[in-house]
Design a protein around this ligand. Structure first.
Ligand SMILES: Cc1cc2nc3c(=O)[nH]c(=O)nc-3n(C[C@H](O)[C@H](O)[C@H](O)COP(=O)(O)OP(=O)(O)OC[C@H]3O[C@@H](n4cnc5c(N)ncnc54)[C@H](O)[C@@H]3O)c2cc1C
Length: 461
């Protein structure tokens, strides 16, 4: 008889933990998983899923406006936030139940409790009970970071609370320039709020291709969002029901809500890692090898808590690969290169691979192809919006090493462009692919003129 209670104890029933538990159990492991809040984790309960539902809701305003250009007469539409939130919450409850029954079906024992590490093989639950496990997987995700203490910080909500507001704010100030800040700015603007986005950097979406960043910023401005870069929030004052947000240049903005979305931090506080000598990476996540193994034998970590690529499909892949490696006899490293990703802004973005700047830094020869055009659907309503696409090509091998799209369905497009880029498709392969007409995507296989070429980092045209 083994002297441990379970083969595997997983802390956190989010994207990574649930997948790891299900797959490990399918290989015959006795698995227990602890969840301190709601099964499904960030993605299902306060991330991707509720966010995308709010994005859908926010896009109706433009649809109603554009309908007139296509001959429709739409009565003055009205929007009711409490109905939206109630419907979203009902869907989240359904998904949580589906995740829970997946665990039950796969014979993964679920404990609704916080769990912390006592030693390398012992987990302690909130009621003091101890569970001995041969292997422990930490999948505790991340948490919103609210920044250094400033006066009035307690008035700033995070994305967690934004999903549960009682009413739609008429005016909102959002601090942050990453994808969560940008997405919420577009959601609130689409639903009718007056939005001010404040970001300390020189432009939103640091790390994305510069042309895409500039394009989106312009489109956001065109939709009435005030984007203030190069400033931070210095203080927040409450006067009655109103907040006055003071910026670093001493200007101020009045609003009904203030939200900070300035980053997330791995959820490692109080887990008991210090006494176990589990190494923490300099970026703040649990340090792991390519098999998600920590510095302590039999302790593994997957997902946002490792701060590698903080996206749901990556956490799921890491959890699955962990189970294949440890219980399936198939050592499976996870490849974090060329991860396609989307920003559900308005317009949305889909990107994969190198930006133009990264390519110039990493490759000897680089060719850039660009296209900017008015999407066909915008023509009849006369909407002033443009689509933008860029291909980054390795000038030596002709391989497409980056693709950046801003416009309707960019997220859907990048999923499949991702397959081509991952397979090492060349620009010639793109050119040889017949266009699908009339679509926006056809532009990706019909860009013939180089916009720019670089050799040794020097632009040639
Ligand atoms: C607003 C927002 C929008 C997002 N949008 C997208 C998107 O569009 N696409 C995308 O790919 N990704 C998106 N993400 C990121 C995505 O949600 C995460 O990358 C993903 O959820 C990470 O999964 P995980 O398993 O690592 O952690 P999580 O899903 O965060 O799960 C961790 C779980 O562990 C639990 N837990 C923590 N500590 C303990 C403990 N000590 N004991 C017991 N339980 C504990 C938590 O309650 C949580 O349920 C978004 C995130 C946010 C915040």
């Amino acid at each position: 008889m083994p002297d441990h209670d379970v083969d595997l104890f997983i802390i956190g029933a989010g994207s990574g933990g649930v997948r790891a538990g299900r797959i490990a159990a399918s290989y015959g492991a006795r698995v227990m998983i602890a969840e301190e809040y709601r099964v499904g984790g960030t993605c299902v309960i306060r991330g991707c899923v509720p966010k995308k539902l709010l994005v859908y809701a926010s896009r109706f305003s433009e649809e109603f406006e554009d309908a007139a250009g296509y001959g429709w007469t739409v009565p003055e539409p009205t929007f009711h936030w409490p109905t939206l939130i109630a419907n979203v919450n009902r869907e989240l409850t359904r998904l949580e139940a589906a995740y829970t029954s997946t665990l039950e079906r796969n014979k993964v024992a679920l404990v609704k409790s916080r769990a912390v590490l006592e030693d390398a093989h012992t987990v302690r639950l909130a009621n003091g009970a101890r569970v001995h496990a041969e292997t422990i997987l930490i999948a505790t995700g991340g948490w919103p970071y609210q920044g250094p203490k400033i006066p009035g910080l307690e008035y700033a909500m995070s994305s967690n609370e934004a999903f549960q507001l009682k009413e739609l704010p008429k005016r909102i100030v959002i601090q942050g320039g990453g994808y969560i800040a940008v997405e919420f700015a577009c959601i609130f603007a689409g639903l009718g709020s007056e939005v001010t986005l404040v970001y300390r950097g020189d432009n939103i979406l640091r790390g994305f291709d510069d042309d895409i960043r500039e394009h989106l910023r312009g489109e956001m401005r065109g939709r009435g969002i005030t984007v203030i870069c190069g400033h931070t929030v210095a203080a927040i004052e409450k006067t009655g029901d109103e907040f006055v947000t003071q910026l670093s240049d001493s200007s101020s903005v009045a609003s009904d809500k203030v939200m900070f979305a300035i980053g997330r931090r791995p959820n490692i506080m109080g887990l008991g890692l210090d006494s176990l000598n589990v190494n923490i990476h300099e970026h703040g996540g649990i340090a792991v090898d390519e098999f998600s193994r920590t510095s302590v034998p039999h302790i593994y970590a997957v997902g946002d808590v490792t701060n590698r690529v903080n996206l749901t499909p990556v956490a799921i892949r890491e959890g699955h690969a962990f189970a294949d490696t440890v219980y399936g006899g198939k050592p499976t490293p996870v490849d974090h290169n060329n991860v396609p990703t989307a920003v559900f802004s308005e317009p949305e973005l889909g990107v994969i691979g190198l930006t133009e700047m990264q390519a110039i830094e990493q490759l000897h020869k680089v060719d850039i192809y660009k296209s900017s055009f008015r999407p066909m659907k915008a023509t009849l309503p006369g909407r002033d919006t443009r689509m933008f696409m860029k291909l980054v090509v390795d000038g030596t091998t002709n391989r497409v090493v980056g693709c950046h799209i801003a416009g309707p369905y960019a997220a859907e497009m990048i999923q499949f462009i991702g397959v081509a880029v991952k397979m090492g498709a060349t620009k010639d392969d793109f050119d040889a692919t017949m266009a699908v007409h009339p679509t926006a995507g056809e532009e990706l296989v019909t860009m013939r003129e180089k916009a720019l070429s670089y050799t040794g980092g020097i632009a040639l045209n």
